[in-house]
Design a protein around this ligand. Structure first.
Ligand SMILES: [Zn+2]
Length: 1008
C-alpha cells in the first residue's frame, strides 16, 4: 500500500522539534458509480498521523461548505451538520455512531462556520477501525430521514434560543448585517438558523433541501480527512481506503461554483446598540482584502500584536490611565474568509469612556498613525522568533483537537505547512503590512457602540436576535478629528495622546532550552509504586521537598514530555480569603488588582510564552505561572516585589471595582443553566457567599479596605506550592524562597473548612427537595432544571460504581432527552463533587420549549426506562463499558499542563491521592451489573426511601406563568426551598474528614 505512487510519508511536512509522531499524506482516488477508480474526479485528501503514545484514536473531516452556501434557507448548512450522524445506509440505527463511541470511551462533535463544516470523533485506540467504519459511512450515505429533520430542526432552534441573549452573538449578527446589506452580500445572512428561517415550506421540502445540499457539496473535492491512531501508517491507510474509498465524488468539470463575491459595504457607519448586559462596548471593524493566501507573511498579525499590546505606552495602557477602558482586544483572524477579511478592535469601556467614546476612537487612530510612521524591523523579527519558538516546543493536544484542527488546516495551507501554517511567519512582507494598515482608515470603518443608555433611543430591531439598535449619522467634527489623529500631523482633536508609544524590546524571551535531569531515582520513568500495582504507565507523582507551618513544597521534574517548560502553582492558604462575604469580595478585588499591577511586565512575558495569573478560591489566593523555564524565576521575583509594594492609586481601585461589578452583573444575566448549578451549590455548600450579597458588599468597599486586606493576606499564610517541569530540586526550593523571603509570612491561624449539607432522605412518602425560582434575566425565555441525586462521601469501590453508572447513563440520556424528546439544546449529565468529597449524580437541561417541572418528570421517566435497559444489557456489552471506563480513568496526560493540573487538584483538596485514577480503575474492574443496579435503586430511583434528591428549577420567561400556578401546591410530595441560605443553615452537614498524611510522599536523602 505504501508503495503506491500517490502516497508519501510526509517527510517534507514541517513538524515541531519535539514531535515524535509520523505522518503520511496522499490523495485517495475517487471511484465512479461503478466503483472503479477514476482520474477525472478529484479524490479525498488524507493525512494520517501515527502516535505511539495515544490511548485514543481520532478522525476528522472538513467539508469546504458552510453558511455562505445556505442559499435561501438560512441555517441549512448547520442543519445538515446536525443530520449527518443520525443513521446511515450501512448503520441505519439513529445513534449507531454515538452509542458505539460512548461504549468505547469516545465522543463526536461538529461545527459549522462561514465556509467550512468540521466533524470529528475520538474512541479508545483499539476500537478505531469499527469507529472509522461508522464515521466514514456518515459521509458516504447518510439517511437524512424526514422525521429526524423535524426533530433536529428543534435542536437547531433551541441552539439559537440559547444564543439569543448573548451579546457576542447579537453584535456578530448585527455587524454582519450592516456590512453585508449593500448588494445583499451572503455575509449578512443568519447562520445558525431557526424554525422561522428553515421551515417556511414544511418539513418535506426542508428534508429535500438537506438532501440536495448534501448531494451538491458533500463530495471528495471539498473534503479533507485526518486520522490519528497508535497503529502503523500502513494499517491506518488500509482502513481509510476501506471505509472512505467510496465517498461521493464529482467530475472535475462540474465543480465550478461561483466564488464568494467581495464585500463592498457602505462606510463609514455608526450604530448604537442596547446590550443585554450592563456593559459599555466599543467595537471598530474595518473591511480588508482577503489575507488567507498571505499566510506566509501574516501581514495583519503584527498589527493585532501592536494594537492589542498591553505593556507600557500601549493603546490599552494609555486608555486605562484615562479611566476610559477596561479591556481591549485586537483580532485579525477570526473573521477571515476566502473573499475578504475583517479587522476588529473591541474595547470594554468604563462609563467615563462611554462619555468620551469619540476621544477613545481618536486615540486608536493616533496609535494607527504611529504605526503608519514606522514599524521597526525588530518588532517583526521578535514576532517571528516567538512564533518559531512556540511551534518548536508545541505541546500536544488531545487526539480529537489535533485531528479537527489539522483537517481544517489541510484546506488552508500548503501540505508542507499543514502543521506549522497557523504559527510560523515564513517571510517578512512590510509592503503587505503597510497595505493592510492603509485599510484601517476612518472612511472604511464600522463603529458599534453598545450601552444601556441607548434604551428607548433605538429605531430598528434585528429580526433574528431582537437586538434594539439605531444607525446614527457620523458627526463631521468627529470624523475630521479621527482623520487628523491618524495623520499625526497635528494634535487637532484636542485629545492628549501623551504616553502613547510602540513597545520596548521584550526582555523576557527565553534563550535557554536545555533539558535537565533529576538525580533522584524515585522520579525514574519506570517507577512503580505499591499502591499503583502493575500499572507501569502512571508517571511517578510529585514529592514533598519542604513541609513547615509556612511552606509545603511539592516537586516533580518532567519525566514525560521533555520540554523546556515549567508549571509553578501556589496557594496562599488562609481563612482570610473566604471567611465572610466582605473578605470574599476583597479577595476577588485583590487578585484582579494584583494581575493588573503585574501586567506592566507580565504582558511581555506572556508574549514570550510565559504566563501568570492570580485567582482567589475558598482556600486562599492562588498564583499560577507556566511556560519556558528560562525566565520563570525572573517573572516570579517581579510578581512578588510588585505585589508586596501593592501601589494602587484611587483611580485604579475605582476601575477594578467597576470591572468586578461588571463581572458580577454579567453572571446575573448568564444562562439559566448556570444559575441552576449555582443555586444548587448555594443550597449545599457552606460557606458559600451569595452573588447578590457580594454585589451589594462590593459598592461599600474602599481602597483602604483593600490595602488592609492585602497586608493581612501577606502577613499570615501557608504557602503550598507545586513546581513541575524542567527544573532541579534546588531550583524548586529557590523558587519557593522567592515567595517566602519576599513576603515573609507567619503561619496562618486557621483555614476554611468547607462543609456540605446532607439532603434529607425522601423516606417512605418519597418527599424530595425542590428549589424553584423565576429566571434572573427577565428577557431570557429559557428555563432550566438541575437534578442532584446526592450519594455522599464514599470509598473507592463506591466511587467507581458511581463513575460506571454515569458512564452507562450519559449517552442514553442524551439520546432520549435531547435527540428523541428535544427537551432542549443543553442536556448534560456528570458526577458532581460538592465541597471536596461529597459525590452526586447530576442531570442538567435547559429548554425554551418546556417548563422545569416537565423536564424533571421526563428525567424521572428516563431513569425508570434506563433501569429496564440496563437489566437487559448483555454481559459482553457491560464488560465493554467497564473497559471503556477503566481506560478513561487511566487516560494518559497529553501534556505537562494536564499532568500538573491532576497533581494540583489532589494537592489543593489536601487528599494527596496521586494514584487516585489508577485506584479507581482497579476498583471499576470489580463492579458488577448487580452493583450498579443496587446503587441505582438505592440512590437514584424515585422508589427508594433512601434517595436524597434536590431539583433546582429555574423558570424562564416562556414558563413563568407555570411557576405562579405551582406556588400554592407545595407539599405534594415535595419540600420547597424558599431561600437557599436559610435551607443550608437548617440542615445537617456531612461529617468532616480527617486530614491526609503526607508521610509517604516526602523526598528524603534515601530517595537519592
Ligand atoms: Zn449546532
Amino acid at each position: 500500500m505504501s508503495d503506491s505512487p500517490s502516497t508519501r510519508n510526509a517527510d517534507d511536512l514541517e513538524v515541531p522539534l519535539v514531535d515524535d509522531r509520523s505522518y503520511r499524506y496522499w490523495t485517495l482516488p475517487a471511484t465512479s458509480t461503478a466503483d472503479v477508480v477514476t482520474t477525472d474526479r478529484p479524490g479525498l485528501r488524507v493525512l494520517l498521523v501515527h502516535d505511539d503514545s495515544v490511548d485514543k484514536g481520532a478522525a476528522a473531516v472538513d467539508v469546504a461548505v458552510g453558511q455562505f452556501q445556505d442559499g435561501d434557507l438560512p441555517g441549512l448548512a448547520h442543519l445538515t451538520e446536525h443530520m449527518l450522524f443520525l443513521g446511515t445506509q450501512r448503520f441505519p440505527q439513529e445513534n449507531a455512531l454515538d452509542s458505539f463511541l460512548a461504549a468505547h470511551g469516545g465522543h463526536s462533535n461538529a461545527y459549522t462556520d462561514l465556509e467550512h463544516t468540521v466533524y470529528y470523533m475520538d474512541v479508545q485506540a483499539a476500537q478505531l477501525e469499527p469507529a472509522l467504519d461508522r464515521f466514514g459511512s456518515c459521509f458516504e450515505a447518510p439517511l437524512l430521514l424526514e422525521n429526524c429533520v423535524a426533530r433536529e430542526l428543534q435542536a437547531v432552534d433551541s441552539e439559537h434560543g440559547k444564543n439569543k441573549q448573548s451579546d457576542f452573538w447579537r453584535y456578530h449578527q448585527l455587524t454582519k448585517t450592516l456590512l453585508g446589506q449593500h448588494n445583499s452580500h451572503v455575509y449578512q445572512q443568519f447562520g445558525t438558523g431557526n424554525l422561522e428561517s428553515l421551515q417556511p415550506q414544511g418539513t418535506a421540502v426542508l428534508r429535500q433541501a438537506v438532501h440536495d445540499f448534501y448531494q451538491r457539496y458533500y463530495h471528495t473535492a471539498r473534503m479533507t480527512l485526518c486520522v490519528l491512531g497508535n497503529q502503523d501508517l500502513d494499517v491506518l491507510q488500509g482502513w481509510v481506503e476501506k471505509y472512505f474509498g467510496s465517498l461521493p465524488s464529482q467530475p472535475s468539470d462540474t465543480l465550478v461554483e461561483p466564488p464568494v463575491p467581495p464585500l463592498t459595504p457602505v462606510l463609514p457607519q455608526r450604530v448604537h446598540v442596547v446590550p443585554t448586559r450592563e456593559t459599555n462596548v466599543l467595537e471598530l471593524q474595518w473591511c480588508l482584502r482577503e489575507i488567507q493566501s498571505l499566510y506566509r507573511s501574516k501581514p495583519t498579525r503584527i498589527l493585532s500584536h501592536l494594537l492589542g499590546h498591553e505593556g507600557p505606552g500601549s493603546l490599552l495602557a494609555v486608555l486605562r490611565e484615562r479611566l476610559w477602558v477596561q479591556e481591549l482586544y485586537a483580532d485579525d483572524s477570526s473573521k477571515t474568509t476566502s473573499a475578504f477579511s475583517i479587522f476588529c478592535v473591541q474595547l470594554e469601556l468604563t462609563v467615563l469612556g462611554w462619555e468620551h467614546v469619540n476621544d477613545v476612537v481618536a486615540t486608536v487612530y493616533r496609535y494607527i498613525g504611529l504605526l503608519q510612521n514606522e514599524i521597526p524591523a525588530w518588532v517583526a523579527d521578535e514576532l517571528q522568533t516567538t512564533a518559531s519558538t512556540q511551534f518548536r516546543f508545541l505541546s500536544k493536544s488531545s487526539p480529537s483537537d489535533t485531528v479537527s484542527r489539522v483537517a481544517h488546516q489541510m484546506q488552508e495551507f500548503a501540505i508542507a505547512h499543514v502543521l506549522s501554517g497557523p504559527y510560523l511567519v515564513y517571510e517578512h512582507d512590510m509592503a503587505a503590512v503597510q497595505s493592510c494598515l492603509a485599510s484601517l482608515h476612518v472612511d472604511n470603518m464600522l463603529v458599534l457602540v453598545a450601552s444601556k443608555e441607548y434604551t428607548g433611543q433605538t429605531t430598528a430591531t434585528d429580526p433574528w436576535y431582537g437586538t434594539q439598535y439605531a444607525t446614527v449619522a457620523l458627526e463631521p467634527d468627529a470624523l475630521e478629528a479621527w482623520r487628523q489623529a491618524r495623520s499625526a500631523a497635528t494634535d487637532g482633536s484636542g485629545v492628549d495622546f501623551i504616553g502613547l508609544h510602540l513597545p520596548d524590546r521584550n526582555d523576557m524571551l527565553a534563550t535557554d532550552f536545555e533539558l535537565k535531569t533529576s538525580p533522584y531515582a524515585v522520579f525514574a520513568k519506570t517507577n512503580t509504586n505499591d499502591s499503583n500495582g502493575d500499572n507501569g504507565n502512571v508517571p511517578p507523582p510529585p514529592r514533598c521537598l519542604l513541609d513547615t507551618d509556612t511552606c509545603r513544597l511539592w516537586y516533580k521534574p518532567d519525566t514525560e514530555f521533555r520540554m523546556p517548560k515549567v508549571n509553578i502553582m501556589c496557594v496562599l492558604r488562609s481563612a482570610t480569603a473566604y471567611e465572610s462575604v466582605t473578605q470574599s469580595v476583597l479577595a476577588s478585588l485583590w487578585s484582579e488588582t494584583a494581575d493588573e499591577l503585574c501586567n506592566v511586565f507580565s504582558y511581555a512575558a506572556s508574549m514570550a510564552g510565559l504566563h501568570c495569573n492570580f485567582s482567589n478560591t475558598r482556600n486562599g489566593m492562588e498564583l499560577h505561572l507556566s511556560g519556558y523555564h528560562d525566565k520563570a524565576h525572573v517573572l516570579l521575583q517581579r510578581i512578588v516585589d510588585t505585589v508586596r509594594d501593592f501601589r494602587v492609586t484611587p483611580d485604579l481601585f475605582e476601575r477594578i471595582q467597576s470591572k468586578l461589578e461588571q463581572q458580577f452583573q454579567e453572571f446575573l444575566v448568564a444562562q439559566p443553566y448556570q444559575h441552576a448549578i449555582y443555586a444548587g451549590d448555594l443550597c449545599l455548600e457552606t460557606p458559600k457567599w451569595d452573588i447578590h450579597d457580594r454585589l451589594q458588599c462590593l459598592a461599600s468597599l474602599t481602597l483602604n479596605d483593600l490595602q488592609h486586606f492585602g497586608r493581612h493576606i501577606l502577613a499570615r499564610f501557608q504557602l503550598e506550592m507545586l513546581v513541575h517541569g524542567n527544573v532541579t530540586a534546588s531550583e524548586a526550593v529557590q523558587l519557593s524562597d522567592i515567595v517566602l523571603l519576599g513576603w515573609r509570612p507567619q503561619a496562618p491561624l486557621n483555614q476554611i473548612d468547607v462543609r456540605v449539607v446532607q439532603l434529607p432522605a425522601q423516606g417512605s412518602e418519597g418527599t424530595s427537595t425542590v428549589h424553584r425560582f423565576s429566571g434572573w434575566n427577565e428577557d431570557d425565555e429559557n428555563s432550566s432544571v438541575c437534578n442532584i441525586y446526592q450519594v455522599g462521601t464514599m470509598d473507592t469501590k463506591m466511587n467507581a460504581t458511581l463513575g460506571l453508572l454515569h458512564h452507562l447513563i450519559r449517552e442514553p440520556a442524551f439520546g432520549q432527552l435531547r435527540t428523541q424528546e428535544q427537551l432542549g439544546y443543553i442536556v448534560h449529565t456528570q458526577v458532581k463533587t460538592s465541597g471536596d468529597k461529597v459525590k452526586s449524580l447530576l442531570f442538567l437541561i435547559q429548554s425554551d420549549s418546556f417548563d422545569p417541572i416537565h423536564m424533571d418528570q421526563r428525567i424521572e421517566a428516563f431513569l425508570v426506562d434506563f433501569r429496564h435497559k440496563l437489566v437487559q444489557m448483555s454481559e459482553p456489552d457491560f464488560a465493554a463499558n467497564v473497559g471503556a471506563l477503566c481506560q478513561s480513568f487511566l487516560e494518559k496526560n497529553k501534556n505537562l499542563s494536564e499532568e500538573s493540573s491532576r497533581y494540583w487538584h489532589v494537592i489543593t483538596n489536601q487528599t494527596y491521592r496521586f494514584y487516585r485514577m489508577s485506584e479507581l480503575a482497579a476498583a471499576a474492574q470489580t463492579v458488577t451489573k448487580l452493583d450498579v443496579l443496587r446503587f441505582l435503586d438505592r440512590h437514584v430511583l424515585a422508589t427508594s426511601p433512601y434517595r436524597r434528591k434536590l431539583s433546582v428549577q429555574v423558570f424562564g420567561q416562556n414558563h413563568i406563568a407555570d411557576l405562579l400556578d405551582k406556588t400554592d401546591v407545595a407539599g405534594d410530595g415535595i419540600v420547597l426551598v424558599e431561600s437557599a441560605n436559610d435551607f443550608r443553615r437548617s440542615q445537617a452537614l456531612f461529617p468532616m474528614q480527617a486530614s491526609a498524611s503526607i508521610e509517604d510522599w516526602r523526598l528524603d536523602a534515601k530517595d537519592d
